[in-house]
Design a protein around this ligand. Sequence first.
Ligand code: UDP
Length: 314
Amino acid sequence: MASHTILVTGAAGFLGSHLCDALLAEGHTVLGVDNLSTGNTANIDHLSAEPRFRFLEQDITRAFDPGRVDYVFNFASPASPVDYTRLGIETLLVGSAGTINTLDLARKYNAGYLHASTSECYGDPEVHPQVETYWGNVNPIGPRSVYDEAKRFSEAAVMAYHRYHGLNTRLVRIFNTYGPRLQASDGRVISNFMIQALREEPLTIYGDGSQTRSFCYVSDLIDGILRLSRSNEHLPVNIGNPDEWTILECAREVLAVTGSRSEIVLMPLPPDDPARRRPDITRARTLLGWEPKIALREGLERSLEYFRSSVAFA
Ligand code: UDP
């Protein structure tokens, strides 16, 4: 495959850093951009001696031009409910001005463009499992709206640059993903439960634990995203694992994998917390020949060492 110069925004984040690794492994040159608001240089430290990788500390809400690029992967945004609630205005800005700036950059260099969108576009879904043609049930003024509406605006912007400027765009709707480098402190369910279990502290279930999520291991997700980037599909494609778990079942899996004797405690459910979420991946299967390979138990086992070291260094 031809070697390209690729811009990855959010490069110091969980998904962005795994994406950089995968693109470098394919022989590309990667320019990683991040303003480190939620990203962590520890995720890309191992690339410091890699001559095909360069890191630029840059806030993409300000226009920037790093020189010619062949492809842009736009992965910059606070992504966990705890982070985007804390950084609400920043989240709105990166998903609006930041997206427009990176689209302008792609347009200038006639580069391909893939935007990291989200299952949050479906809000608290009335259609289950979620198909890409479903428009969603999103509260535009609730606490999650800073993230959900920024991501929905980004989808509109990406489609507009495709329609009005002929930009070669892709939209991936990412469902809950986990694995090494998932920030230990970002408050997400897998990171919270793994850390709590390893510390023998109670696992905090919000609500009664009957709400569902469908968890995708990070290497499966990156494989799907790379396949999408090489496809000709401009409409959104769900990438996620359709294996659906209640949060209570998820807690039990974490206890089994860690061998922990932690108790489970029930805590209040945050407002607008989606009751269920599961991707319909028919489009990804048909268009990309993609489906996830790693089941939750195996993915948690693969993540165990990372979370152990996070606990050790906390
Ligand atoms: N959750 C939980 N305990 C935690 C963290 C999260 O029960 O310590 C629940 C949360 O209320 C939600 C689900 O787990 O129903 C997934 O939450 P997460 O923050 O990982 O991501 P979301 O899918 O809500 O964006």
